[in-house]
Design a protein around this ligand. Structure first.
Ligand SMILES: Cc1cc2nc3c(=O)[nH]c(=O)nc-3n(C[C@H](O)[C@H](O)[C@H](O)COP(=O)(O)OP(=O)(O)OC[C@H]3O[C@@H](n4cnc5c(N)ncnc54)[C@H](O)[C@@H]3O)c2cc1C
Length: 418
């Protein structure tokens, strides 16, 4: 096989967002680059992002706030963001003809709402830069001599290169190809790997009425976590009801804290359906709605305020007959409804696992990676990029931005590392 004898300047493992960006960056500096990908096509996980719409970056301009979205290890990304940050990746895709739009919380999407446009642009750029891609090729390990890697060992041969970029992702949504192989290689090469764990995960809820609302999405709900009798400040955001409980950005972002609280047993959560309104304001809205539909059955009221199926759930929780007419609702019944809309308790019983985690937490300790180049501090011609590094953000485009920025640095530095 030609690749077995030819030496590349840079071999990139993984054709996810981080690997593709690393390959483009290296090849555009003139390096001969090969990407080794075990799937038969690139970016399978990328195509799932943002529900197929691909929230590929966040346009937050304050770099401190941006870095703050990545928790304790965020400062590792300062340099990467200043070299190739959100503005750069937006310019990159716009330059490839992809029109963009910014939604709430500064989330950036392709205007078409199609992740495929992002993937197509990357594939075009890889083609223009003459990057070789070898699909259906699983890397199984590396041949090392002293402080240098010599070859990537494959399921069907080997590839020699002067430099290697590992961008093999985490281990969530394993069917996309991210099976955690990179953690094993990194450990074998002497790197410290923080134990991988599911991160940004949906939450299982005990109450059946929650599961019955499966498919309902609330753009603005509020959640407080109750721990040792103390309520956390309310977090507000988009919440999705599912057949196992709760998901959506609000819940995914809270899942780490809920997971910690779950160590002590089931956890009470308080859901607010109108998080920015007081009980008195909610009651006013309810009264106004009831006045407009005096003769309607209650189950057909409040259509401006919430989905019909949520009205039914709240009426049953309040013990109010759904068929009752609006004008016969008692004050006491109305106040029960208001109180539930203001704050309804549910019980979190667990988190879902790797198969439905948006991100794998943990990974290669960034202390052993040079933040300016993404180069391993233990192996002189090895670079890391993307989710495999233990720096992860909240929802909102932060995790893909991490991939573009670290991929760009790794590819650029690998191309210059001779
Ligand atoms: C459902 C879902 C929605 C998401 N939505 C968003 C979003 O809207 N915005 C956002 O910022 N983030 C989102 N994310 C997170 C984002 O997808 C990841 O951060 C990103 O894909 C990580 O990129 P990566 O290149 O590091 O790894 P991956 O995308 O996992 O790519 C790794 C590649 O390496 C290949 N590989 C692995 N092992 C080997 C091997 N042994 N040999 C050869 N190849 C190998 C894999 O096949 C894969 O193609 C979402 C994640 C999920 C699961």
């Amino acid at each position: 096989m030609a690749n077995e004898t030819k030496q590349f300047d840079v071999a990139v493992v993984g054709a996810g967002p981080a690997g593709m960006m690393a390959a483009v960056a290296a090849a555009e500096l003139g390096a001969r680059v090969i990407v080794l990908e075990k799937n038969s096509r690139p970016g399978i996980k990328l195509m799932l992002t943002g529900n197929g719409r691909c929230n590929f970056t966040n346009a937050e301009q304050d770099i401190r706030k941006l870095v703050g979205a990545y928790g304790d290890n965020g400062s590792f990304l300062f340099h990467a963001f200043s070299r190739f940050g959100s503005k750069n990746i937006r310019a990159f895709f716009e330059g490839m003809g992809v029109r963009l739009k910014i939604e709430d919380r500064f989330r950036v999407f392709p205007e078409s709402d199609r992740a495929k446009d992002i993937l197509d642009a990357l594939e075009n750029r890889l083609r223009c830069a003459a990057v070789a891609i070898k699909y259906e090729t699983a890397v199984t390990g590396f041949l090392r001599e002293g402080r240098l890697l010599k070859e990537a060992v494959l399921n069907d041969g080997a590839v020699k290169a002067r430099n290697f970029v590992i961008a093999s992702g985490g281990r969530s949504y394993e069917l996309t190809g991210s099976t955690g192989d990179g953690y094993r290689w990194a450990r074998d090469l002497g790197h410290k790997v923080i134990k991988p764990k599911p991160m940004l995960v949906p939450v299982k809820i005990k109450e059946f009425w929650v599961k019955n609302l499966s498919g309902v999405s609330l753009k603005r709900a509020g959640i407080r976590i109750v721990e040792n009798g103390k309520k956390s400040p309310m977090a507000i955001g988009e919440c999705l009801f599912t057949h196992f409980g709760l998901s959506g950005p609000l819940v995914l972002d809270l899942s780490g804290r809920i997971g910690n609280a779950l160590k002590g047993g089931p956890v009470k959560l308080l859901i607010s359906f109108f998080p920015q309104k007081s009980p008195a304001e909610i009651e006013q809205d309810i009264i106004a709605d009831l006045k407009n539909g005096k003769n309607k059955e209650l189950k057909n009221c409040f259509t401006e305020l919430m989905p019909k199926i949520l009205t039914s759930a709240i009426l049953s929780l309040a013990g109010v007959d759904q068929e009752k007419h609006a004008n016969s609702l008692t004050r006491e019944e109305r106040q029960k409804i208001v109180s539930l809309l203001f704050q309804t308790p549910v019980t979190a019983t667990g988190l879902l696992g790797f198969d439905l985690a948006i991100i794998t937490g943990g990974g290669i300790d960034p202390k052993e990676i040079d933040a300016k180049t993404m180069r391993s501090k233990l192996v002189d011609n090895l670079f890391f990029a993307g989710e495999i590094i233990n720096v992860h953000g909240v929802t909102g485009g932060y995790n893909l931005q991490q991939c573009w920025s670290t991929g760009y640095l790794a590819g650029t530095a690998a191309a210059k590392n001779f």
